[in-house]
Design a protein around this ligand. Structure first.
Ligand SMILES: NC(=O)C1=CN([C@@H]2O[C@H](COP(=O)(O)OP(=O)(O)OC[C@H]3O[C@@H](n4cnc5c(N)ncnc54)[C@H](O)[C@@H]3O)[C@@H](O)[C@H]2O)C=CC1
Ligand SMILES: O=C(O)C(=O)Cc1ccc(O)cc1
Length: 282
């Protein structure tokens, strides 16, 4: 599908893409770069990529480049790549937040290069090259938030995603950021804050360490990379504030029903939620 694929940022997503690309033989060669030398060495040793680069110049031979660095670094890296890439190269980023990154990039896109913003809805709480695995993307959604029309480059990216077993959806970037504030960013904020509450409790009383499966299920994502989540929360600031406010309102409804001993109301609220969750395919 491509002659030379480049990957900048060789952690969970970049590294897993490297493995998936190799498995599907989507490129003759994969060049990788990471500004953390240990991560670059790990990526080479784990064979996530074929060749390690020591500057962006090495990417000038690529026809497809993936930027998989933390969200706050993404626009900077994409713009740097624009300076060295050859004509007709397609660049994608995979950051979890889209609109602010697109806004930082859109005025720098050369006429001869295609930039396609994307978000694979596939991940785990782990990070770094050692956490990469080839099956990460299987049967997961791959969202494309095109800058303008869906043209040749978007179609090529769609084909790429489908080849690594992903289900492609197109979405407006603003809409993406709003929706993901609720379904991904808020759950991470809630998991972090709940674990923090238990941390505070446990400081005074060891009994708060005897924790069951519900807490474990609910808080796995509180082990996620703080740098990445700090970037996402701040870049999606206004949507996050709305989502947190609405969540607090929902929690207060439960609090009031509990406080006022409203047994029937409480059962009805919980039942409605259970029925919705049972029909929700996740
Ligand atoms: N972790 C997840 O579950 C998902 C993450 N994403 C997005 O994928 C991107 C990468 O995330 P992960 O792979 O999870 O992070 P990660 O922390 O596992 O990997 C990021 C890599 O980028 C490198 N890096 C940082 N700044 C760099 C720079 N300026 N130049 C070159 N390399 C640089 C780091 O050294 C690290 O190896 C993020 O934008 C994130 O929003 C998207 C979907 C899921
Ligand atoms: O670990 C999990 O369950 C996740 O939710 C991973 C995840 C993190 C960030 C994304 O943008 C997409 C997926």
């Amino acid at each position: 599908m491509f002659n030379t694929i480049g990957i900048v940022g060789l952690g969970l997503i970049g590294g897993s893409l490297g493995l998936a690309i190799k498995h599907k033989k989507l490129s003759k060669i994969i060049i990788g770069y990471d500004n953390n030398q240990e991560n670059l060495d790990d990526a080479l040793n784990l064979e996530l990529i074929d060749i390690g680069a020591n500057s962006y110049k090495s990417f000038s031979i690529c026809d497809f480049v993936i930027v998989s660095v933390p969200p706050s670094q993404t626009a900077h890296v994409v713009i740097k790549l624009f300076e060295v890439l050859k004509e007709n190269t397609i660049v994608i980023d995979v950051a979890s937040i889209k609109k602010p990154i697109i806004d930082s990039i859109k005025n720098y896109i050369p006429k001869t290069i295609a930039y396609v913003p994307t978000h694979p809805i596939a991940g785990t709480e782990n990070f770094g090259p050692k956490s990469a695995f080839r099956q990460l993307f299987d049967d997961k959604y791959f969202i494309i938030t095109p800058i303008n029309n869906i043209s040749f480059a978007e179609k090529k990216v769609e084909e790429f995603a489908k080849t690594i077993n992903m289900k492609v959806k197109y979405m407006d970037a603003d809409k993406h950021d709003k929706v993901f504030a609720y379904v991904s960013h808020l759950p991470h904020a809630i998991a972090y804050s709940l674990v923090n509450l238990i941390r505070q409790k446990k400081e005074d009383d060891e009994a708060y360490g005897f924790i069951g499966g519900g807490f474990k299920d609910f808080t796995r994502i509180a082990k996620s990379n703080e740098k990445m989540w700090c970037d996402i929360f701040l870049l999606n600031q206004s949507n996050m504030i709305n989502a947190i406010d609405e969540y607090i309102q929902n929690l207060l409804i439960l609090k009031d029903a509990i406080k006022n001993n409203e047994e029937q109301e409480l059962i009805q609220i919980l039942k409605n939620i259970r029925l919705f969750k049972e029909n929700l395919d996740v």
